[in-house]
Design a protein around this ligand. Structure first.
Ligand code: HEC
Length: 190
């Protein structure tokens, strides 16, 4: 280092001179290595793997795996009346459905399904539901030009199943909330 003190660039501005202190070789090479690494990284991760190595892809993979673990036994069940009747009697699936409901549905249907902008789901009168499997249809496809949004594109099939089972299970609780809609009719028990 000491001999560098004597090396000057020869620049002289109003008597102010400049040492010629180049960055150390190891630093320069490290810098060049990072530039090369970034090019290789970009090529491999973004171009060749085409997004399959991105954090988002890993997140999706893990989410699929979590879904499989959580809903493994019902992931392939058809949304029939029999399936929903079975699930709504099983505490475990009703609780899973309740947690989906708490995340996605309470803004319009109230914390316990008692209704806000959306109808009260705890009475016996419905607009779009005549039988239990209609719930799955309404929830996945939506109704009334999206006033009730379509959840099919946003939730996993198993999540649609359990939230439908939950909705079926809160029928008849008759919680105080939104009065029955004027166009709703009372339907026979499931
Ligand atoms: C943006 C507000 C909103 C959200 C969020 C919402 N809903 Fe709805 N929902 C509505 C409205 C409004 C209706 C009434 C549609 C109509 O008038 O036909 C409805 C109707 C329904 C019905 C049919 C009720 C009937 O009487 O026919 C069910 C079942 C239902 N929603 C379940 C759900 C579930 C489950 C979720 C969450 C996954 C959810 N909703 C989220 C607004 C919402």
């Amino acid at each position: 280092m000491s001999e560098q003190k004597d090396i000057l660039t020869g620049h002289n501005y109003d008597g102010i001179q400049e040492y010629d202190n180049p960055t150390p070789g190891w630093w320069t090479w490290l810098f060049i290595a990072t530039v090369i690494f970034s090019a290789v990284y970009f090529l491999v991760v973004t171009v060749i793997a085409d997004g399959r190595l991105s954090p988002a892809a890993f997140h999706d993979q893990e989410q699929d795996e979590a879904m499989r673990l959580q809903y493994g036994t019902i992931a392939n069940e058809k949304p029939t009346a029999a399936t929903l009747l079975k699930l709504m009697k099983d505490d475990k699936w009703v609780r899973a459905g309740s947690s989906v409901f708490q995340t996605q549905c309470v803004a319009c249907h109230g914390r316990n399904g008692e209704g806000m902008t959306g109808p009260n789901l705890t009475d016996n009168a419905y607009i779009n539901v005549k039988k239990i499997d209609d719930i799955y249809d309404v929830v996945s496809k939506g109704r009334n030009n999206g006033a009730m949004p379509a959840w099919g594109p946003r939730l996993q099939p198993a999540e649609l199943l359990v939230v439908s089972a939950y909705v079926a299970s809160i029928r008849g609780k008759n919680l105080t909330g939104k009065p029955a809609e004027p166009n709703a009719v009372e339907i026979p028990p499931w």
